[in-house]
Ligand binder design. Structure first.
Ligand SMILES: Cc1ncc(COP(=O)(O)O)c(C=O)c1O
Length: 401
């Protein structure tokens, strides 16, 4: 028998390159200070473009105050135990009612993490004769759900012909039902699922549709209702999913759907049944965050105003932003040499004080490096101007474009 640990000192495994380099720059960087538009990286003040604080809620004093009050009243961990056993409260139920209403569905169920919510929801719906039809670019949580059921057929990203072939294969090979699994806004590339086309096909074949709208919940459509509202098709999404880790600047997630479907998930989603309940501090903060989002539609408007300014400015400088149609702003570094791309990110962070993420294989295909930026409602015109100036200078200093 080989030693299980033998692989740990060698190349191999996910993110091998960064592990071998003991990288703490692209993987596991330490960014200090209150999260927001200005933070500290390696002792230097930077403009922060890498956190999903879309509506600028993360440092809102009212939310911090609610958390303080909730902790003083109930402690940090309350309620203890899983919802199923001892961890249920009227406030958890109230939050579910608010989320169901916000997403225009009959019922909702809370999860402790978006990641576990996706896995719990999708796996609970897939019985032994059922099958998942999944977009190849879907987030790791959906992929992991699919892998764990071992009953899935992938289709090419947002390609309706490929989806139709997958649906035909699914109905030929499986006797049960089909769950089509997509993102609303693709989190790395910012493009939207072609929901109208996907809905037409899922109706044609009698499938059901799950939309993970992690990046669309709170940012897309009127009042931030989500990508379904953006297209006017929210009614046709069978299971809607959102996380609180992005626009709502907290932690956790939810699925919403028809009442009987949510009740089925509630009694079958192992990632929630066998896990401790979401803490009261988080539940109270989320209820308050919902008040803010519902009463301040200008936050979503400001997010979009900043998104347009940043994206128009980058395009004017000659950068390729792919097919983004959301605030997610992928800047494809114009080089086929990954080392040049890495140098670009270093110069932006260390010389110009602009913190952007570098995204590369295995998160996206080999040989491409993209700088991913998240504009928020809290960024100012000066932040945007200083950032565009830095992009122009680094572009010229490196002789790109
Ligand atoms: C599309 C998508 N789904 C699910 C998740 C997981 O959500 P959470 O961070 O709340 O666990 C993410 C987070 O990156 C995501 O982008």
């Amino acid at each position: 028998m080989r030693d299980l640990f033998a692989k740990c000192g060698k190349e191999g495994g996910y993110f091998s390159r960064f592990r071998m380099m003991r990288d703490r720059y692209f993987a596991l960087p330490i960014i200090e200070g209150m999260p927001g538009t200005h933070m500290t990286f390696k002792g230097r003040k930077v403009i922060q473009w890498a956190i999903n604080n879309y509506l600028g809620l993360v440092d809102r004093p009212e939310l911090i105050e609610v958390a303080r009050e909730a902790a003083a009243k109930w402690g940090v961990g309350a309620p203890m135990g899983s919802r199923f056993m001892t961890g249920n409260t009227e406030r958890h139920t109230e939050l579910e009612r608010r989320l169901a209403k916000f997403s225009d569905k009959e019922s909702a169920i809370l999860f402790n993490y978006g990641y576990l919510g996706v896995i719990g929801t999708v796996t609970s719906m897939i019985g032994k004769d059922d099958v998942i039809v999944i977009d190849k670019l879907a987030h790791a949580s959906m992929m992991d759900a699919a892998f764990s059921t071992r009953q899935f057929i992938p289709f090419r990203h947002n390609d309706l012909e490929s989806l139709e072939r997958a649906l035909k294969r699914a109905s030929r090979l499986h006797e049960g039902g089909v769950l089509v699994v997509v993102e609303g806004v693709y989190g790395m590339t910012g493009d939207l699922a072609d929901l109208p086309g996907i809905i037409e096909l899922k109706n044609k074949y009698g499938a059901r549709l799950f939309v993970d709208d992690a990046h669309g919940f709170g940012t897309m459509g009127k009042g931030g209702g989500g990508t379904g509202f953006h297209y006017g098709v929210q009614d046709s999404i069978d299971i809607y999913f959102g996380t609180f880790a992005k626009a709502f600047a907290a932690i956790g997630g939810f699925s919403s759907a028809r009442d009987d479907v949510v009740e089925y998930i509630r009694f079958n989603a192992r990632t929630q049944i066998f896990a401790k309940s979401l803490p009261m501090v988080v539940v109270e903060v989320l209820l308050k965050a919902m008040d803010i989002v519902e009463s301040e539609p200008e936050l979503v408007e400001k997010l979009w105003e900043n998104t347009r300014k940043l994206q128009d400015g980058l395009r004017e400088l000659g950068f390729d932003l792919g097919n983004t149609a959301s605030p997610v702003t992928p800047v494809y570094i114009p080089t086929s040499d990954i080392e040049t791309g890495i140098r670009f990110i270093h110069k932006m962070r260390d010389e110009k004080g602009i913190f952007i993420s570098g995204v590369m294989y295995p998160v996206i295909p080999k040989g491409v490096l993209l700088a991913r930026m998240i504009p928020t409602a809290a960024h100012t015109d000066e932040d945007i101007e200083e950032t565009l100036k830095a992009f122009r200078e680094v572009r010229d200093e490196m002789g790109l474009l």
